[in-house]
Design a protein around this ligand. Structure first.
Ligand code: NAD
Length: 304
């Protein structure tokens, strides 16, 4: 198996001062990439800022002969992070949108700031960096983008309405970029990682955390962002060395007569059938895969 290398590639990793971002940065640098180690150096809830987080990672990379530059901007200033890459290394090839904060709180107690700050860092931050790099990637006809989603985004989670909303939005964002980037050899994929970091330090026992090393997420991120990898629009859950791909599943559904008989009571009567995943199912991968025209024809034939 030949080693996948990133020589000459320029990688921006946001939130790279610790946890997963640090692991990605060290990995990319060890495979020849020039890395922009972005981190605001904030606390878990987004409080404060410090240059030292990014500096320490850059120091570690340089000690082993790698190439990296620290960037301390908030991801909301994505254009400045891209500017750091352009000024230092002259291009941007790969973006790993990874920065994140938590403001977990039951929805009844969640305030506007908890909502906005979390949406801002995860979703708007990913937008700002990717938006600034997009014209560069289109022009060079090469780009690789990773959006960091979460199991909380896929399934929802108690106390994480803000976080889950941002993380699911990143999947739709990534899937849309996969379409728009196709012609320009720009791919976008979403990952839902599980790893020991300060984010998970208090929610899992130590013996489980020991098996969830952040370095165990890097191989997938590196594979998906390699120049030979064409896969785009994917969603992968990964942790402790296990990777699963995810897609949507739809039931066969029920076609109702589109007339006055289509009432809430009619829906109630056949709701088990609508929700039956044990029968025939579909695995739509695009908006076109839902056969609306066919269903329209069926509905029409029921009405005649
Ligand atoms: P972490 O807290 O160790 O890392 C996040 C980093 O982002 C921190 O270093 C922080 O300083 C930085 N950051 C925060 N706000 C920033 C901003 N506005 N601008 C720039 N940098 C900022 O957490 P982690 O576990 O390494 O998480 C990395 C990503 O993975 C996050 O998006 C997180 O939501 C996601 N994730 C992690 C897990 C997990 O199990 N650790 C699970 C699901 C998703």
């Amino acid at each position: 198996m030949s080693e996948l290398r990133f020589d000459g590639r320029v990688v921006i990793v946001s939130g790279a001062g610790g946890g997963l971002g640090k692991a990605y940065s060290l990995f990319f640098a060890s495979r020849g990439a020039n890395v922009v180690v972005n981190d605001l150096g904030s606390g878990l809830k987004g409080e404060g800022a410090s240059a030292s987080a990014a500096d320490l990672v850059v120091g570690e990379i340089k000690k082993t002969g790698g190439q990296a530059v620290a960037d301390y901007h908030n991801v909301l200033e994505g254009e400045k992070i891209v500017e750091t890459a352009m000024k230092t290394f002259g291009r941007v090839d790969i973006i790993v949108n990874n920065a994140g904060i938590l403001r977990d709180r039951a929805f009844k107690s969640m305030n506007d700031k908890d909502w906005d700050d979390v949406l801002n860092v995860h979703l708007h931050g990913s937008y700002k960096i990717t938006k600034a790099a997009w014209p560069i990637m289109r022009k060079q006809k090469f780009g690789r983008v990773i959006m960091t989603s979460s199991a909380a985004g896929i399934y929802g989670n108690f106390g994480q309405a803000n976080y889950a909303a941002a993380k699911q939005a990143l999947v739709g964002f990534s899937n849309s970029l996969a379409y728009e980037g196709y012609k320009y050899n720009i791919t976008s994929n979403a990952i839902a990682p599980l790893a020991a970091s300060r984010m998970t330090a208090t929610v899992m026992p130590q013996e489980i955390l020991d098996s969830l090393k952040p370095e165990l997420i890097a191989p997938l991120v590196a594979y998906l962002t390699h120049e030979e990898t064409k896969q785009s629009g994917g969603l992968y859950e990964i942790g402790a060395g296990t990777i699963t791909a995810h897609r949507w599943q739809g039931t066969e559904g029920v076609v109702f007569k589109a007339d006055a008989s289509f009432t809430p009571a009619a829906v109630k009567e056949r709701f088990d059938e609508i929700s039956n995943f044990d029968g025939k199912v579909d695995y739509p991968v695009s908006m076109k895969d839902n056969d609306w025209m066919g269903k329209l024809e069926q509905a029409k034939s029921l009405s005649t």
